[in-house]
Design a binder for this molecule. Structure first.
Ligand SMILES: [Zn+2]
Length: 511
């Protein structure tokens, strides 16, 4: 007899509908899976068999053939276990075919018959179509977010079979208490002193500018970077859904409501492999850190210590907001639009107190050369971060809280979006001329900087974008204007004051 059970597999952060066809026929007892299962999927035989017997059902002593249709895409992981088990039980006439009508099944089985969470339930459920998904209880939050249909859950194969047979009701589909409570984003009020870096963070948040911080160890670069997500608005609908799919596909803990709403913050270590950073690798083309930071912040500490291959992998997402990963015959496009915040020491020894650095020019040059080129060009903002002074550290008052800064950021972002339909960091070429006009004296200052060789052509564009954001923040604070006013001299002066050179001895690093 033949059974055909709807389920799904995963590629990147996208589900692929799969039909699990189980045929039980005459011949020597055996079990085989066709239709491109990956090794984990092929091993489902052992898990499914033990789980079926643990659930008190018989394993057919006949020839069992499982076909995963369509045959083209590779089926990955253990998420088809439940559908295979149900198929075997139906095909061996231990349950009537009608009991599974209108249902689809996703989940991994343990040998004891337990039903376990698998990565990617959200994107898999999203492609099921007109059937009600049955998923592991631990996947309830992400399934509810992605499905338009009634979601059913169970913790064991036995519960599923009991409910299908009408012996027991379906277990209640309530959000699991184990779902992670989101850790609060650290607040800017905790940061003592650091007026320049705080200003830079606010401007980065308001304009969407990528930010490079240069400073000695202990100057608080990581602490500052962690506070950027708290200055950004919640994710819009599209980004929120995309981020949710990515987090689900990566098997990350999901927020309590199931939907990723807060801008993510990811801080991979410089020893992270290129695959873990950009994604791919396994047959499922797993999302990397750059996709997990979609809509939020990717923080790369000690930027120069990342391998050239890893840094090169950032190029496409920084330009296009997506990453294309491929392996063998599979390709996937994953979302990867993030705000890049990077930190670096000023030199190999880390700089330390003024005058203590003994690095020679060759060592410094070798150190900073790793950062040169197109990647460095991406940072509109490059600021020096100093260690807070003793007075700052002893100041009990603390700084302005994130909520206050975030309110100003929101106003400035609205001005930019209303004016150009995009954040200021995305103003290039003609758009820059159209939306970032300079007053006469502001232009004169920049012209002077360029004539003195202190500002390159690219640097001129960067300063202009940053000055546009500074002007938006100023106008927003004053409650004036539509964001269409010119950039004033003051805005340009602030933008120029925020720039840092990593070392004057290293040409190419001048902003
Ligand atoms: Zn040094």
């Amino acid at each position: 007899m033949l059974a055909s059970i709807p389920s799904a597999s995963l590629l990147g952060a996208t589900g692929i509908p799969v039909r699990v066809e189980v045929h039980i026929g005459k011949g020597l007892p055996g079990f085989r899976i066709v239709g491109q299962p990956d090794p984990t999927c092929r091993e489902s035989r052992d898990r499914v068999r033990a789980a079926v017997m643990s659930a008190g059902r018989e394993w057919p002593t006949k020839c069992v053939t499982v076909n995963l249709a369509p045959s083209g895409p590779r089926k990955i992981g253990a998420g088809l276990d439940l559908a295979i088990a149900i198929g075997v039980i139906i095909a061996s006439e231990q349950l009537p075919l009608g009991t599974v009508e209108g249902l689809a099944f996703i989940g991994e089985l343990g040998l004891d018959g337990s039903l376990r969470r698998v990565p990617g339930v959200a994107p898999m459920v999203a492609v099921l179509g007109d059937v009600d998904p049955v998923v592991p209880a631990a996947s309830i939050a992400e399934a509810l977010v992605a499905s338009q249909r009634q979601v059913r859950v169970a913790s064991t194969l036995g519960e599923v079979l009991g409910a299908l047979a009408g012996l027991e009701p379906w277990p209640e589909a309530t959000v699991d208490d184990d779902a992670v409570d989101e850790v609060p984003i650290p607040d800017l009020a905790d940061v003592r002193g650091q007026p320049v870096a705080r200003r830079a963070l606010e401007i980065a948040a308001a304009g969407g500018h990528h930010l490079l911080m240069v400073g000695s160890p202990g100057s608080g670069k990581t602490m500052l970077a962690q506070r950027l997500p708290g200055l950004l608005p919640p994710l819009g609908r599209a980004d929120s859904l995309a981020a949710t799919m990515v987090h689900s596909a990566a098997g990350m803990p999901m927020p309590r409501g199931g939907l990723v709403v807060r801008p993510p913050f990811r801080a991979p270590h410089h020893t992270t492999s290129t695959i873990a950073l950009v994604g791919g690798g396994s047959a499922s083309l797993r999302p990397g850190e750059i996709s997990l930071s979609h809509g939020g912040v990717l923080f790369l500490d000690e930027l120069g210590e990342f391998t050239p291959a890893a840094l090169d992998g950032l190029r496409e997402p920084l330009e296009e907001g997506v990453i294309r990963v491929s392996r063998a015959h599979a390709r996937a496009v994953l979302p990867a639009r993030f705000q890049l915040v990077a930190a670096t020491n000023p030199c190999p020894c880390g700089g330390g107190p003024p005058g203590s650095c003994e690095c020679d020019d060759v060592a410094r040059l070798r150190y900073t050369r790793r950062l040169s080129g197109p990647l460095l060009d991406r940072f509109d903002l490059r600021v020096a971060v100093q260690r807070p002074s003793v007075d700052d550290l002893l100041d009990a008052a603390g700084g302005e809280p994130s909520a206050v800064v975030a309110a100003r950021v929101a106003v400035a972002r609205d001005l930019a979006l209303a004016r150009a339909g995009r954040l200021n960091a995305e103003l290039h070429g003609e758009l820059l001329d159209l939306h970032a006009r300079l007053s006469a004296d502001a232009l004169a200052v920049l012209r002077d900087e360029m004539e003195r060789g202190r500002l390159t052509g690219r640097g001129y564009h960067r300063v202009r974008r940053v000055a546009r954001t500074i002007a938006d923040l100023r106008q927003g604070r004053a409650g004036i204007g539509s964001g269409r006013g010119d950039i004033e001299l003051l805005d340009v002066e602030v933008a120029l004051s925020l720039r840092t050179r990593i070392r004057s001895t290293t040409p190419g690093l001048v902003a």
